[in-house]
Structures are given as C-alpha cells and as structure tokens.
Write a protein that binds this ligand. Sequence first.
Ligand SMILES: C[S@@+](CC[C@H](N)C(=O)[O-])C[C@H]1O[C@@H](n2cnc3c(N)ncnc32)[C@H](O)[C@@H]1O
Length: 264
Amino acid sequence: MPLLTPSRGRTAPGRLAALDAWVCHAERALLLRDDGAWAAAPFVDLGLGDTPATTLEAAAALRAVRPDLAVVGVDHDPARVAAALPFAGAGTTFVVGGFDPAGPPARLIRAFNVLRQYPPAELPAIHARLGAGLLPGGLLLEGTCDATGGVLVSHLLRAGPDGILQREGLVFHTDFSRGFAPLLFRDRLPRDLRRVAPGTALFAFFAAWNAAWNEARAALPDAPDAARFAASITGLAARIPGIDLDPWLVAHGHLAWRPPGGVP
Ligand SMILES: C[S@@+](CC[C@H](N)C(=O)[O-])C[C@H]1O[C@@H](n2cnc3c(N)ncnc32)[C@H](O)[C@@H]1O
C-alpha cells in the first residue's frame, strides 16, 4: 500500500482519552458482549505509534467496563512494536502487522491518525480490509485529531451481518481548548471526507451546524463555549436528522451524527 509520505509515529498521553470515554459510554454493550466468539474478541489498536501510551490508556479505560478485555497494539514498524513490548502484560500484546489484522476477530478496532498519509482513493479498500478483522456488529473507529486530542473526528464504521462495513455515523469531540466553532472540525475530518464541497451532505451538515451555532452565540452572548456548544446541538437537531441528544455526550463535548442511510 503506497504511503504519500514516510509514516510518522507521533502520539501523546491523553490524546485519545476522550474517544476512550465515548466508547465506554456509547458502546458499553459492544464491550460487554460475551456470546460465542465475542468472549475472546479483542480491542485492536492499529497504528499504535512511537510509544504505547494511548494503547495502554485505552486498555485501562475499557477494562473499567470489561476487566478481561484482550488488547492488541499493532504497528507495521517493528521498532515501534519493540518499544511497546516491555509494556505487554496479562491480556495486552503488541504485534507487527498492517491492515489485515491477524488473530481472533475483534469487537473494536481503532485506527487513529493512521490514514492521513494514504491516498484518498485507497480509503475504501483500506476500510474494507480493516473491517474484515471485525465480528459482525463490531466497530471500526477511524479518524483524526490534533496533537493533544482537543479536536477529534471519528468515523463509526460498523460491520454488518455480511461483514461489509456500514458508514453508520461520525463522532465529533472538542475540549474547547481552541475556542469553538463547528468549522474547527473541518481540518480533522477523516481522510476520505476532507473535501467538503457545496452540494455534499457534509457541506449541508456544516452549514446547518454553523447556523445553529450563530443562533446559540446570539442567544447566549456571555455563556462559556461549552454551554453554547450544547445549545447549538439542540438547534442542529431541529435542522437535520440523526443528531444524538444524549445529555452525557453533549456535556462532554461530543456530537454524534448518524444520518439516515449512513454517512455518504
Ligand atoms: C501518527 S501515529 C498514531 C499513533 C496513535 N494511534 C495516535 O493517534 O496518537 C501513526 C502510526 O500508524 C502506523 N501505521 C501507518 N500505516 C500503517 C499500516 N498500514 N499498518 C500498521 N500501522 C501503520 C505508523 O507506523 C505510526 O506508528
């Protein structure tokens, strides 16, 4: 698979902690599922980076829900796997590998900040290869964030009964450290959604969120960004379908959007 530029391995402690929290809240049933092959189905962190910090943090967070969860950190760079191996332990392994995960089918695969260097035309094939490593019903989180994880967007790609991935939705997260406006997320969209052209569903989504955001700013001029973010989500839900109004999500800076028919 051709890389556009050499693959950097930079990561940072805490960078994906908000996504871990989202998984524990929104995908608790996926973590706990235990029938048949699910009993041994791991969480796979694909593209672990130059330190295993975010893999180990995910292991700790997800094991608060499911203590016996198997965790596999994968990278195609043997040096990055060698650096992680001293941190292997009960239920936590690190292996050299790529987009075709070996081992038992996974319940959850995270491929974060991995695909930025691959040509957009390759993305459907890469998603399909990653999805082949999931149990039916399993979830692929593929996306991008900034250096600290303060602005993050993830695809929710769910393996259907036939194993084919469905483009179920998108999760947006911010910690408000960079202020807020919906357009903050445009630079962090997953690789295959970077072109937000007029006429596309994503363009309409951002136009609707911007309108809701401007309305929230006008209604709450002195409120903190987090409160205006919450109000903008209510306004967005009035404009387009598929917006998750779960109060926990809103209070933690998450927006989950599951458009009817899936993400185009
Ligand atoms: C920028 S790091 C991301 C680290 C961590 N996931 C994060 O988000 O902070 C990207 C990692 O993906 C790995 N990578 C890139 N292409 C890969 C592939 N085809 N298979 C496995 N790992 C890959 C790189 O070696 C690098 O360590």
